[in-house]
Design a binder for this molecule. Structure first.
Ligand code: G
Ligand code: G
Ligand code: MN
Length: 518
């Protein structure tokens, strides 16, 4: 993907992430605020239901126990019994006794006026008849709720059905299932309360509401939405910082991903994952005969936009960031895949694979290599391994890994020889097969053909240690001649061929060896 696109999409994603995070926080806060407020309303409505139930129950108890009265109706004893009842039942104001539909006496005394029984408004399940808003004739007091059973009634102040402590702005209606209002507080909207009771859902335009149902009496508590809005704002102040934090985290992640994608390291990781690295082959020749006996596998990375990254840039990067083993695996698989057919017909052909310090330390690549070779049916002798001196610094690990490699059947060469620090001790301690003289020594050989080059000494030392010698970086015939005169047999360099794609190398190999044969 193009850099500009990545930046563009990253900004887009960051903005989207921020908006989503903030919106989520916003919705969440209003949702929580409404929920919390509704829970509070439920608490009050529950109290109202309990209160109304108690009041109704006490009236019912009075009416039922009146049946047990033994005194002669409207005698002094009878009136005394009624008075005791009224005094003991807290919510009852007055009790009355009827005969043939006329009020004969009350807890106050004998009734002298002719008082006709008020018409019942409705009847409860147990037969108690209810008259709401009744004007008591005896006391001439405020309007009462009358409950009538048998020959008796009781008068109750409607406030008793709704006298709980409400918070400011809350309104309460206590009703029967049919919508008869037993008591109210703060003048609620009765029509609205009825429709809520009958299952209508509160709207955003209307007040916030809650219905709690008791056995006979139910409570509807409402509250203006404005109160909740205050709470919502409070909640938002509480939740917004978390939303902002989430937004910052989202943006951070996006920036991190974008930078990763934009950085060379990030791209390298992606390229390895997607197997976008390719492998080229630089021929290795037997200099005297001109026969090509193998090649060195060299990894190449060309980015999606076509630009190539040099291995001396990305290999050290991979080594520093734990990606090198993945690259080694990739090279191993590619080499096996590229040559599995050719190795069968060319028993002497070998491909050298570069391994890094990390590979040598863990030895893990040997398992990958062994499995790959086994599956492809290839002999280990076809694969050489090149290790730089830097890779051999951990001598104990190197000894083990080299030992394993050679036991498996691979030849092991020390690469870039002469550029590291541990050359001599390495050579002595490690069971190596070959030594590749670094190209920096080959370069000076042309200028110092007859002079004081170290190359002859390296060659002499390698011979003493019975190591094969490979000269790398040979660019001129002059260098080739000089090296051959020193007794170096194998050479690699631009004089013969640069690292090239598989098809090209196979053609090179064919041509090279056919010429010599012919
Ligand atoms: O051919 P060239 O310029 O590509 O090589 C640059 C450096 O990259 C060399 O030092 C070579 O050893 C290293 N290199 C190339 N391919 C690989 C590889 O597959 N693994 C490792 N570890 N190093 C490699
Ligand atoms: O693993 P090693 O560092 O040996 O990898 C070989 C490196 O040497 C690669 O970067 C390859 O491109 C480079 N190379 C191979 N032949 C020549 C050559 O003849 N001249 C020069 N300057 N570099 C070469
Ligand atoms: Mn090499």
């Amino acid at each position: 993907m193009n850099r500009r696109y990545i930046i563009f999409f990253s900004i887009l994603a960051a903005c989207a992430g921020m908006v989503i995070a903030l919106m989520t926080a916003f919705c969440l806060s209003s949702h929580t605020a409404v929920n919390e407020e509704q829970q509070r309303l439920t608490l009050f409505a529950g109290r109202a239901v309990a209160r109304a139930g108690l009041t109704l129950d006490s009236a019912r108890t009075v009416l039922l126990s009146a049946r047990q009265f033994t005194a002669r109706p409207c005698s002094d004893d009878h009136i005394q019994e009624m008075r005791l009842m009224v005094i003991n039942a807290k919510s009852i104001e007055e009790m009355g006794y009827f005969e043939s539909g006329l009020l004969k006496c009350t807890s106050w005394g004998i009734t002298t006026a002719t008082v006709v029984r008020a018409a019942p408004g409705f009847t409860l399940a147990d037969g108690i008849q209810v008259t709401l808003h009744m004007k008591p004739t005896v006391t001439m007091g405020k309007r009462m709720t009358a409950l009538h059973l048998g020959s008796y009634n009781v008068l109750i102040d409607p406030v008793r059905f709704a006298d709980i402590v409400l918070e400011p702005d809350m309104r309460l209606a206590v009703m029967t299932g049919d919508g008869h209002v037993f008591g109210t507080q703060r003048d609620p909207d009765i029509r609205l309360s009825r429709s809520l009771l009958h299952g209508a859902r509160g709207t955003d335009a209307g007040p916030l509401s809650v219905v709690v149902r008791g056995t006979e009496l139910h409570a509807v508590v409402t509250e203006p939405h404005a109160n909740v809005r205050e709470r919502i704002v409070q909640q938002q102040w509480l939740i917004m910082p978390f939303g902002a934090l989430a937004a910052v985290i989202v943006i951070g992640i996006v920036i991190w991903l974008a930078r990763r994608r934009l950085s060379l390291l990030g791209e390298l990781g992606v390229a390895i994952e997607r197997r976008e690295l390719s492998v080229h082959y630089q021929p290795l020749l037997h200099m005297r005969s001109g026969n090509c006996i193998g090649a060195e596998a060299l990894v190449r990375w060309s980015r999606a936009d076509g630009s190539a990254v040099r291995p001396d840039l990305f290999i050290p990067l991979a080594e520093r960031n734990g990606l090198i083993q993945a690259i080694t695996d990739h090279v191993i698989h590619t080499v096996i895949n590229d040559f599995k057919v050719r190795f069968k017909t060319e028993p002497d052909l070998h491909i050298a694979i570069n391994v890094s310090a990390e590979d040598i330390k863990t030895g893990r690549f040997l398992n990958v290599l062994e499995q790959g070779l086994r599956e492809a049916g290839i002999a280990a002798s076809h694969i050489w391994l090149e290790m730089t001196e830097r890779g051999l610094i951990d001598v104990d690990a190197a000894r083990i890994t080299i030992g394993r490699a050679r036991t498996a059947g691979h030849a092991v060469a020390i690469d870039d020889f002469g550029t590291g620090y541990s050359s001599l001790s390495c050579l002595q301690e490690l069971p190596l097969d070959a030594l590749k003289i670094d190209k920096s020594f080959i370069k000076v050989t042309s200028a110092a053909l007859a002079g004081d080059s170290v190359t002859p000494h390296i060659v002499a030392m390698a011979r003493t240690l019975h190591l094969k010698i490979v000269a790398e970086g040979i660019e001129t015939q002059e260098q080739a001649d000089y090296l051959q005169a020193l007794g170096v047999e194998l050479g690699q360099g631009w004089l013969y061929g640069k690292a090239m794609p598989l098809a090209e190398f196979l053609a090179f190999y064919q041509r090279c060896n056919a010429d010599r044969a012919g």
